[in-house]
Design a protein around this ligand. Structure first.
Ligand SMILES: *Cc1c(COP(=O)(O)O)cnc(C)c1O
Length: 835
């Protein structure tokens, strides 16, 4: 862990730092010390204080490991990687830290001896919601796996004061509430590291001077405002291996004293308002998933992250080395989507303007260190910034981007002489003077990867085809994963215990070991135990639903779950149409041989995404009608779980029977929710999209409910899509549309669903919901039928878990390392640390 040494202090006596006791007695003593002496509370205080005392107790036990890891990484020359991401969707940390430290039992016992319950205390930790959805959660899973693989990887992100908003449902509508997650006492896991504060510039002008000594041009970025970037470090422990990596989150602070002249001039208000403007940079996370924000403050956030992080790395390098000749051999940057792609321009700026390297040398270093991960093909997510905005906020980086583009277009012209159309297509600056961040990222990186096989293929064939033709060697695939420490061992203790009985716990660090349970799918006893675990987890989920919505879910019904951000491409609407279809069947008496079903939805809509918000309202209105119809009874229940987040998913995925992964083929880059469900023994109903393709490959078609158009069929159909023809051909669909059109679900709210009804009936519906309706309904019926054969269903459930081994981020990280970063794992035995 970082600390600056008071190098010229004389007579200082360093002491060897001792490990702290990991036994029950030591944990109990420390817990009481923090609770009673530090926090001034007692055993009978609110859970929140117990949580804080226990987190400090746990953090103490991470500290020596953290310091030892930091020491090992900084002694000798070793290659390190930096994961740059605008989002880290961490969720809670207590359970995970206890698990990875290997002190769950000791802690449970220590608390038990005081009459306290660990699980109840764990529940009072607030989620660190510093992300939107999949992209941010992936970053958090990556950090866990890197520490477990003992890879020297550091995360860089932003410490938003307000994370992802809290979602309330009022009269069926989403209402957003600010998530002031730091506002109720300190975040116990972070350590402020003021000694590593960086200075980030905005605005002003860029001027070129001739160096009086050697006559070459020097750029000066003048008259800029400066904002301080103060780092807060969060420990990321590996699983029982002594490694504790660092997630460094930057917080914006106005430069102290910057307002003094204004203050003296009497413009106190002006001074304070400028201070709060500077500090606005890390005030709030933009709540848009898979769509561009286009706001000035967002561009500031991006540059703030990139500039602070790169200065941090470059400074630590120049403190220890006399040249940058081999910088690229020892440093790797991974860009999580285009959000941090300004890193390309910023590293060039630091190397050329600050370190005095010539352009070609700096460019070689930059392209050898940068690697870019693409997360989406959706055009609305592709970031483009107007040149004018750039010029105003980032004049020097803009100049650098123009020079990068000029040289790049020369290369394109040499490869395809006279193909001016291609030069126009590939230009980083488009014909409307917008800077295309994805192109900057590709040009400035040696590696470009997609996040699932299908997605990576579509990048090469479509969106980035010009670049693929120029640089085929840059393109590669890294299929996403999830960490089994959180998404199986941590969130499903009952299944963990059952697995332990049969195959031990090696799977916690080698998930492919789960293969060993596959033969037990034929064992009646084992199947019965598996079923009991699932029923236990369904009870836990039903309790959550009852608490949040007041709806009672029958435990004998199939728990059919779709939780993820609300987006038209994810097609929650298709699921709603199916629910209405089931309701219609019950109402018309077509319910022989019925399978009871509880359909659960959850997810946040971006506050500005009107259609997504209407979808939430529709789900809630349908739920209201269905759940209160006595003719329906236990046969169908529908709920919308408010405020979907990491800690909710930790209850939801273990209790799910059927996982809904039903995006329009070609639109979901990977998905990771699909993997969490599979790992916990849910069967998937899904389209051939994203990582569903690989899930299907792994489990086989007998253990997966596949439906819908494939990507090329979707693209072909786009030319002549006629939704009305699907309505005409399907009695079921006519019945569903009839109920919707008649206002059956909005009797006292006329017209509120007109836009939705119109969108799915439009020949321009990009998501082609109606085209997949019939196939979806048929395969849903197969799933319902399959659920009635308990033995068979449980067999399939076991096979799903058994074959989920490849979806560990341990595998994903090993591949990034093998192909892109090339880091050596660092063992910590024998590393001495001092205090
Ligand atoms: C896993 C996860 C996601 C991603 O879900 P997808 O189904 O892959 O979109 C989003 N949000 C949370 C809270 C998650 O845990």
């Amino acid at each position: 862990m970082p600390s600056q040494t008071g190098a010229n202090r004389i007579g200082v006596v360093s002491k060897k730092l001792q490990n702290i006791g990991m036994d029950q007695e030591a944990i109990e003593a420390d817990f009481l010390k923090y609770l009673c002496h530090t926090l001034g509370r007692e055993i009978s205080s609110e859970d929140y204080y117990l949580f804080r005392a226990l987190s400090y107790t746990t953090r103490d036990r991470l500290m020596t490991h953290w310091k030892r890891t930091w020491t090992a990484y900084n002694q000798g020359k070793l290659k390190k990687a930096y994961y740059l991401s605008m989002e880290f969707l961490i969720g809670r940390s207590l359970t995970n830290n206890l698990l990875n430290l290997g002190i769950e039992d000791e802690t449970k016992q220590a608390l038990y001896a005081l009459g306290l319950d660990l699980e109840q205390i764990e529940e009072s930790e607030r989620d660190a919601g510093l992300g939107n959805g999949g992209l941010g959660r992936l970053a958090a899973c990556f950090m866990d796996s890197c520490a477990t693989l003992q890879l020297p990887v550091m995360g860089y992100g932003l410490r938003y004061e307000y994370g992802m908003f809290r979602q309330q449902i009022q009269n069926g509508y989403q209402v957003e509430e600010p998530d002031h997650w730091l506002g109720f006492g300190p975040y116990p896991w972070e350590v402020q590291r003021g000694e590593y504060t960086q200075v980030v510039k905005f605005g002003g002008q860029s001027r070129q001077y001739v160096d009086p000594v050697d006559g070459h041009l020097i750029a000066h970025w003048e008259h800029a405002e400066v904002v301080l970037a103060v780092p807060y470090d969060v420990p990321i422990p590996g699983y029982k291996n002594g490694t504790v990596n660092t997630l460094r989150l930057w917080w914006a602070m106005a430069k102290e004293g910057f307002d003094l002249s204004e203050f003296n001039a009497g413009s106190y208000h002006q001074a304070v308002s400028e201070k709060s403007q500077a500090e606005n940079i890390t005030r709030v996370l933009y709540p848009n998933d898979s769509s561009e924000n286009g706001k000035e403050l967002r561009l500031k956030q991006q540059y703030f992250l990139v500039s602070a992080s790169l200065q941090d790395v470059v400074q630590q390098w120049s403190d220890r080395h006399s040249s940058f000749d081999d910088f690229a051999e020892y440093n790797a940057f991974q860009l999580n989507d285009t959000h941090p792609s300004l890193a390309v321009a910023e590293l060039m700026r630091l190397l050329v303007d600050k370190e005095g390297l010539d352009w070609d040398k700096a460019w070689q270093i930059t392209t050898q260190t940068m690697a870019y991960t693409n997360h989406t093909l959706l055009p609305e997510a592709l970031e483009k910034w107007p040149k004018d905005l750039f010029l105003r906020l980032l004049p020097r980086p803009l100049e650098i981007i123009y020079e990068i583009n000029r040289r790049f277009l020369t290369e394109v012209a040499m490869r395809w002489p006279a193909d001016t159309e291609r030069q126009r297509r590939m230009s980083i600056v488009d014909e409307h003077d917008n800077i295309c961040m994805a192109y900057l990222a590709i040009v400035g990186s040696h590696s470009v990867n997609g996040v699932a096989e299908l997605h990576s293929t579509l990048l090469k064939d479509g969106l980035f085809n010009d670049f693929y033709q120029l640089w085929p060697e840059k393109f590669n695939n890294k299929t996403n994963g999830v960490t089994q420490r959180r998404w199986l061992a941590g969130c499903n203790p009952e299944l963990r215990a059952l697995l332990k009985q049969q195959i031990g716990e090696e799977w916690i660090t080698r998930l492919t070991d789960l293969k060993q349970i596959e033969p037990l799918a034929d064992n009646q006893d084992f199947r019965e135990q598996w079923y009991q675990v699932k029923q236990h987890n369904k009870k836990r989920l039903a309790d959550l639903v009852l608490h949040e919505t007041g709806v009672i879910l029958p435990l004998n019904s199939m728990f059919d779950v779709q939780v993820k951000r609300i987006h038209e491409y994810k097609r929650q609407l298709l699921n709603v149409l199916h629910v209405i279809h089931l309701y219609s069947r019950i109402k018309r008496g077509d319910a022989d041989n019925w399978t009871n079903r509880a359909v659960l939805f959850g997810g946040k809509a971006a506050p500005g995404y009107a259609m997504a918000k209407q979808i939430i309202k529709l789900i809630n209105n349908v739920a209201q009608v269905v759940n209160n119809d006595p003719q329906v009874g236990d046969r169908l229940k529908v709920v919308f779980i408010p405020n979907y987040r990491v800690s909710a998913m930790e209850v939801i995925c273990p209790g799910t029977d059927l996982s809904e992964q039903i995006s329009t083929a070609g639109k979901e880059a990977s998905g990771t929710g699909n993997m969490k469900f599979m790992m916990n023994g849910a069967l998937t109903i899904g389209t051939l999209d994203g990582a569903n393709v690989e899930i299907l490959d792994a489990v086989g078609k007998d253990n997966f409910f596949l439906f819908g158009l494939k990507t090329p069929e979707v693209e072909e159909l786009r030319q002549h899509y006629n939704p009305q023809s699907y309505i005409d051909q399907s009695y079921d669909l006519q019945a569903v549309m009839g109920l919707l059109n008649s206002g059956h679900f909005n009797q006292f709210e006329p017209g509120i669903f007109d836009e939705i009804i119109h969108s799915i009936q439009s020949p321009n519906d990009p998501w082609m919901t109606l085209a997949d309706f019939q196939s979806y309904v048929e395969v849903q019926a197969q799933a319902a039928q399959a659920y009635q054969n308990r033995d068979d269903w449980v067999r399939k459930s076991i096979i799903n878990t058994a074959r989920s081994g490849i979806f560990s981020t341990d595998r994903t990280m090993a591949q990034y390392n093998e192909d892109i970063w090339k880091l050596k794992p660092i063992e910590l035995d024998g590393v001495e640390i001092q205090c």
